[in-house]
Structure formats: structure tokens, C-alpha cells
Design a protein around this ligand. Sequence first.
Ligand SMILES: Cc1cc2nc3c(=O)[nH]c(=O)nc-3n(C[C@H](O)[C@H](O)[C@H](O)COP(=O)(O)O)c2cc1C
Length: 452
Amino acid sequence: MRQMNLFAFLWNTGAHVAGWRYPASTDEGQHSLEFFQQVAAIAERGKLDAIFFADSVGFHRTRGKQAFACVDHVKMAPLPLISALAATTKNIGLVATASTSFNHPYALAREFASIDHLSHGRAGWNIVTSTGDNEAHNFGLDQNYGHADRYARATEFVEVVCKLWDSWEDEALLMDKASGRYSNPDRIHGLDHAGTFYKVKGPLNVARPPQGHPVLVQAGSSGTGQAFAARFAEAIFTSHPGIETARTFYADVKRQVMAVGRDPAKVKVLASVQPLVAETEAEARRIAGELNALVHPDLGISMLGGFLGGIDLSKEDPNGPLPDNIPETENARSTRERVMDWAKKENLTIRQIADRIAAERTSRSLIGTPEQVADGLIDWFNGGACDGFIIGAPWLPGGLERFVDGVVPILQKRGVFRTEYEGTTLRENLGLERPANHFVMHPEDHAEPEIW
Ligand SMILES: Cc1cc2nc3c(=O)[nH]c(=O)nc-3n(C[C@H](O)[C@H](O)[C@H](O)COP(=O)(O)O)c2cc1C
């Protein structure tokens, strides 16, 4: 039977924006290694494929005094975090977000290669182009790169990173004590890359990662973003409140994967879900209400402004509709369109959309008993909407614990989720092949490393 893949989306202290205020959530801060170790251990106990850390490289945009309520102001750097968690976990994949606009390919290739080694093949990279001007402002720019420019950079960035990972063939590291040969120079390749955005000589100074390369994840939803994902991604994150758009996205993206000559079964589409699990549906709904009541009233409106491309809605009537003149954005274009579409179709006021965004962001919410949540997941999985899910527990660690102890056993009983890890690497657990080495496939690309 086809198996679903499950990632735990570790949104700070929980996917619900007021999760941190929920009395049952941990009092340990988001800077605590012990907190993340505890949460990772719960996810691993549930045999989830991976834990995933989102990221942005700027102070989260909120306006005015509601800033004090915003949990998103803290975001620890994901790479050190997954590196630390590699030491206390054994099987679970470790997926970190990193920007192609505000990093350098050599440095990032090296960090991910190192973590893939340290974790024995459990690293994954969520490739983002960074949508915010607040991020650009930290890297010498007055304004972020335009959408097309960001993806042009991302394309060259990923090409270079993948070649760096391949710059050592698998057999390049000899460590032959008898002959004294540490490595085989015939199997180490320079890049001599000089492109539009980057100039990188190579090779890397870390041997080829155990997985060949870390699993590549992407979440572009615009046309350009989808085309990029179809070319590079091995797992695609997506976010849909309803099954219809999820199905359309799934079919479109799989078609594009096929069109570029890749096997669609080897590209996993994962939909984000916020499950709120309790013994009875009434209890789950009561908790949802309790969480929503903890959202500071201005925070949702500020978040909504962010989702619409960084506009200020504080002067608008919260009981009226969204203004007509919301400017086009070069930032999160597809998110803006989705939210506006939502508001129009359901005739929602600013306050109503804001409340929903505060509770669910733009993903699907499943509130109910373990059976109901499992049914909701299986409906989408069997209904042509996705290959699995990114689980954003509303608060941590309890919200994830309820999912792992309540929902996972049902998915296992129904034969759609593993009872044991299939392999030792993230790639093996996702059923993905180890990629062929670029320089073995294209020896003509070899450039003699400068040092010899
Ligand atoms: C589940 C999910 C997780 C995402 N995580 C991040 C993230 O950590 N950092 C980030 O800058 N963008 C993140 N994004 C945004 C996407 O990378 C992308 O910018 C967005 O979907 C807009 O698509 P586009 O780039 O094609 O316009 C995420 C999107 C989804 C659906």
C-alpha cells in the first residue's frame, strides 16, 4: 500500500500564534536545546520522516504596539539547531530552511554537507528565496530583489551547491594507511564556475555527503516557484485550506515534474496541516476556542498585513472588507492572491480573515478526535491532493504528543504509515534514490583544482 510521509513543522512554540500562551505549552523558551530535544524525540517516537524548521533572516514584521504579542520575533538559526539535534536523534530527518538570496553557495554547501555527515545522512534543505524587504535590509539592500531575480539567483545557487556536493566522488576519500594516500585526486573535481551571480572555483573541502546530497525541499507556489520545484525539489511543501486547490496544485506540479523528465513518484508533495486532537470533538473545539481567545486582537490584523505583502491595515475598519487598492507585491505574491481570493469568496471582514490567519496561517486545520484527524489526512492522501503532510502542532510539545500518540497509531493500523523506519537516511525513508554524481555523468565538466 502507498505510504504517506509526515514531517513535523516546528513553528517556534507551536503553529498557532497563541500556542505559547496556552497553559499546557512548555515554559521553556525557544532558545532552549532541551525543549527542541524533547520535541524531536516525540516526533521520532512517532516514526515521522523529519522535523522541519522554517526560517527568515529578518525581524518579523509587525506594526505598532501589538509587537509584544508576536512569538515569531524569535527564530533561532536552523542549521545549528539541526546540527545539535543530530546528536540526540537517530532516525528522524532534519530539515532546515536556508535562503538562496542571503547566503553564499560555497558556505551553505559546506554546512549542509557537514551536517549530512554528522547525522549519517539525515539532512534536508528547504530552499527559500526570502520574500521580505525586512530580510533584504539586513544584507545591504534597500529593497528585496524582484521575484524573477530571486528565482534566477536561486537556480544558479542550487546548481552550484549540487556541483560542490558532487565535487568529491564517493570513492575520492581513500584514507589508505598502508600507502599513505588520503584521497584520490582523480576523483576530486573543480568547478571553475563563473555565472551571472556567483564565481566559485571549488572543490568543496568536505567529502560527498552520505545521501549524495541532502534532500532538496522547496515550497514555491507561483508559476516560477513551481517550475523551480519541478526541476530541483525532492519534496514540495504546499499550503491549502481546501482539497480543491490542493488537488489542482498536486496535478500541476506532478505534470511539470514529468515534463522535465523526472519521475513524479520521486517528488513528494506535502500539504501543511494544523491538527488539534482531543478525546472528543467537543473537547477539541473547546481547546481551539481557548487558543483563539488568547490571540491578541491586533496581532492577527498585523499578520494579515504581512501576508498581503507588508501593508498597514491598522487604519482600516476591522469589521469591513479588505480595501480594494492592495498593491501588487514582489514578495509573497501567491500567498497574497490566495488570501484575497478567500476573503472575496467567503465575504469575510478584515477581523474574520485576521482571526483565521492567526489560528491557521494559510494551512488546513483539522480539529477533532484521533479518528477524525486520521480520516481527514487519509481523505486528502487518497484523494489525489498530496503524498503526505507537514504537521504543525498548535502548541508544543503537547499538541505534537497528541498527534503522535493518538493519530499515528490509527494511520499505522490502516496501513498508510510505517511502523518502523525503512532505512537509516532521510532519503531512504522517503523512498528517494541517491542521486548520480554530476561529474561522473559529465566528466567533460571537470575543472582541474587549482591546488594541484
Ligand atoms: C509549508 C511552507 C513552508 C514555508 N517555509 C518558508 C520558510 O521557512 N521561509 C521562507 O522564507 N519561506 C517559506 N515558505 C514560502 C515559500 O518558500 C514561497 O516563498 C511561497 O510559497 C511563495 O511562493 P513563490 O516563491 O513561488 O512566490 C514556505 C511555504 C510553505 C507552503
